[in-house]
Design a protein around this ligand. Structure first.
Ligand code: HEC
Length: 134
């Protein structure tokens, strides 16, 4: 093989690798499905969700408490008042997905919350919206 030919071969090989990588990455977009909410299995004792350490921090991390604080827009989502502000008014124990605290963020209110955070809130309501503390 001449030098020119081997250079050509190398270029072809390189092109194939790039096309393959591009192919794989673009395929992933079609394989990926948005995650679906799967309710927790309440029959078999699943991990207990603690209101003070699991739920309250979500309102802080997602900046909800910037507006929803004492003297601000109700519900007051700060640590000291969040439970009494949310339960029972903003939770629907019979149909958790219709709980206002959930529908509001699921509608994307102020940027909403990441899926995992929303799921935790739903799981907490499925668990009975209890004030379990750790
Ligand atoms: C920039 C200020 C601001 C931020 C941040 C914010 N909210 Fe709100 N929120 C409001 C205002 C104003 C209203 C009333 C108007 C409306 O319903 O959109 C409201 C309404 C609500 C309601 C309905 C209250 C009712 O009684 O109708 C809920 C529930 C709620 N917010 C939850 C949240 C959660 C959870 C977060 C964090 C992901 C959040 N909010 C972030 C300003 C904010």
């Amino acid at each position: 093989m001449s030098r020119k030919e081997s250079k050509k071969m190398r270029n072809i090989a390189l092109t194939l690798v790039i096309v393959a990588i591009a192919g794989f990455t673009s395929c992933e977009q079609y394989i990926w499905d948005p995650p679906e909410y799967i309710p927790p299995d309440t029959t078999g004792g699943f991990d207990t969700i603690f209101f003070n350490t699991d739920i309250v921090p979500l309102f802080v991390e997602n900046n909800c408490t910037g507006c929803h604080k004492q003297g601000g827009t109700p519900p007051d989502l700060t640590a000291a008042n969040a439970y009494d502000a949310l339960v029972p008014g903003y939770v629907n124990l019979n149909t958790p997905v219709e709980s206002e605290i959930y529908t509001k963020i699921d509608d994307g209110h102020m940027g909403g919350m990441p899926f995992d955070d929303k799921k935790l809130i739903l799981d907490w309501i499925f668990q009975g919206a209890r004030n379990f503390t750790e």
